[in-house]
Design a protein around this ligand. Structure first.
Ligand SMILES: [Zn+2]
Length: 571
């Protein structure tokens, strides 16, 4: 990277109060009158008052991250992730796109009501309907932000929006003003900034600031930028946009060329003071910039980057595990910071070096990111208290009743299995339906299959519907699992195409539990389901029911999920 840190300290992320306008490098006559310059009503504008070496961490796992195919989360799961993000110490949680679907709105509302501490944000297009939906979702949040966006690049202007430059500016200003009618804290994103003409981008950003945006986000929506070009864009804006030193400049990078983290760091070195990112880098296509990598780069290379965050890094690993468990998106073994092999030293020569002096091959310590040195093992005689402690350490904040339920399942498992590892406990929470506050449409009652050489595989299955009524069906198939799936399709009326099917053992030992994971295609999208069992056929049935429930719970209220997203795209 041919980038050096900004030469002189600039009051980034620090809104000058009228009294100290002279601290701003520009003459006060050219400074627009910022409505948000007045102290926040509750005096809570803490992140915007952050010191100039403090970077605001804006997590969008629940919005951009959830847009990964098949990663949709139900309300209970989103709440669990939001609580983990709060404990991790992120500054802003973008909880969803309220106008995208009633389910999104409800989830943001849940987070707004139950997760105190971080600012809760909702994405909106620049129109009254979207902003009203965001207000509905966020009005109960003690700290809230409306995040409005509009595309600015020629390709988006001509082919998606069919709007001329002047109309884009007008609409952006209107969007920010509308949002400011209800919100003190408004962020504006110029979607596809990285492919927008610099002069025009500067104009839009300046007008958004004049209209009252206190954060301006410069997204590389399609992952097109290089570190040097992205830093140039941020530097250009810092130089040419009036009022930019009074607001927070934010970066939002996608990983299509594998550069999301590098670009985000380049943006920060050029003066940005908010990073938008997701846990494990999940997100559309190749994903977003990964939160854990950015945070650990700041920490490990503070000598060069000179910035810090409020993230409690020892919560990174547990949060990564939680998001992976909840979304079903496994973390690759060699993933930086949180992959299984991130701290493994197999080669003999490395091990020798490690034993002599750790820093020979280790730039971060596993404890710094919460990587458990040794797997804690629980067993038959472990009590509820020990289990609860382990759950908290793993990132799960459960109500007492939920802990009781996990403890019951734990006791049953402990009778079958000698050693219970962290992975087993996580599996009990995820598969024990602890997080399905959104409800379940179907539950498995009973299952039997017959198969063998020369016989036609037959499955007989009984499911209980949400109203308690039992439904029974018999079907044949190419194999016992196929027969089970056909029987479930007959009962639920939900037909899907199976795209992927796999079984892995979740922990070690001969008595390890098997996890079945499947991916299916349905007219409304791609869905993933998982289930745990010591019996392969039963596990397969439960994984399929998991998928069917995800589809069933989305269908009746929302129609096509995230219609607004499909039609409009997002930053
Ligand atoms: Zn994005």
């Amino acid at each position: 990277m041919s980038i050096s840190p900004p030469p002189s300290p600039e009051p980034v992320g620090n809104r000058p109060s009228p009294g100290r306008a002279s601290a701003a490098p520009r003459p006060s006559a050219s400074m627009p009158d910022f409505p948000a310059a007045a102290p926040d009503r509750k005096g809570e504008r803490t992140v915007n008052q952050a010191a100039q070496d403090r970077v605001i961490v804006f997590d969008t796992t629940l919005r951009d991250g959830e847009q990964s195919p098949g990663a949709s989360m139900n309300l209970g799961q989103k709440l669990q992730v939001a609580k983990a993000l709060r404990d991790l110490g992120v500054d802003v949680i973008e909880a969803g796109f309220a106008a995208a679907s009633p389910g999104d709105l409800e989830a943001i509302q849940g987070v707004a009501r139950q997760v105190e501490g971080p600012i809760i944000a909702s994405l909106s297009r620049c129109n009254r309907g979207d902003i009203t939906a965001s207000w509905e979702a966020l009005k109960d949040a003690p700290r809230r932000r409306c995040h409005v966006f509009l595309a600015t690049s020629p390709i988006h202007r001509d082919f998606k929006l069919k709007l001329a430059k002047e109309e884009i500016v007008k609409r952006a200003v209107e969007g920010v003003r509308l949002a400011r009618e209800k919100f003190d804290d408004v962020e504006f994103s110029a979607e596809d900034s990285a492919r927008t003409e610099l002069e025009f981008l500067a104009e839009v950003v300046e007008r958004a600031i004049e209209a009252g945006a206190s954060t301006v986000n410069i997204p590389d929506t399609v992952g097109y930028a290089l570190p040097s070009t992205y830093a140039d864009t941020i530097r250009y804006l810092k130089k040419h946009v009036r009022g930019i030193d009074g607001v927070v400049v934010s970066v939002h990078c996608h990983n299509d060329l594998g550069l999301a983290v590098a670009n985000s760091l380049a943006g920060v070195m050029a003066g940005a003071r908010q990073v938008e990112c997701t846990i494990n880098g999940i997100g559309e296509r190749a994903g977003n910039a990964s939160l854990e990598e950015i945070v650990m780069a700041f920490r490990t290379r503070a000598d060069v980057l000179g910035v810090k965050t409020g993230v409690r890094t020892e919560r990174l690993y547990p949060t990564s595990r939680l998001v992976s468990q909840v979304t079903g998106l496994h973390v690759q073994r060699n993933k930086a910071v949180v992959g299984q092999n991130a701290f493994a030293h197999e080669a003999g020569i490395h091990q020798h070096g490690m034993l002599t002096h750790r820093e020979t091959y280790e730039i971060m310590r596993p404890e710094e990111v919460g990587f458990a040195k040794s797997q804690l093992v629980l067993g038959k005689h472990s009590g509820r208290h020990a289990l609860k402690e382990r759950l908290v350490a793993l990132g799960y904040q459960l109500e007492d009743a939920a802990v009781d339920k996990v403890f019951q399942d734990f006791k049953v498992l402990a009778d079958k299995k000698k050693d219970i590892y962290d992975a087993d406990i996580e599996a009990l929470v995820v598969h024990g339906q602890i997080l399905t506050q959104g409800g379940r449409a179907w539950e498995l009652e009973a299952l039997s299959t017959t198969s063998g050489t020369g016989t036609l595989p037959v499955a007989s299955i009984s499911l209980r519907a949400a109203d308690g009524e039992k439904h029974r069906e018999v079907a044949t198939g190419d194999g016992p699992v196929d027969a089970v799936y056909r029987a479930i399709e007959k009962i639920t009326g939900i037909a899907v195409k199976l795209r992927d099917y796999g079984i892995v053992s979740v922990s070690t030992g001969e008595d390890a539990q098997g996890e079945v994971s499947i991916e299916v295609e349905h007219p409304t999208g791609v869905y993933r389901g998982r289930a745990l069992s010591t019996d392969i056929v039963e596990g397969s049935a439960r994984a399929f029911i998991d998928v069917v429930n995800r589809i069933a719970l989305k269908l009746p209220t929302n129609g096509k999920p995230s219609e607004a997203r499909d039609e409009m795209g997002t930053p």
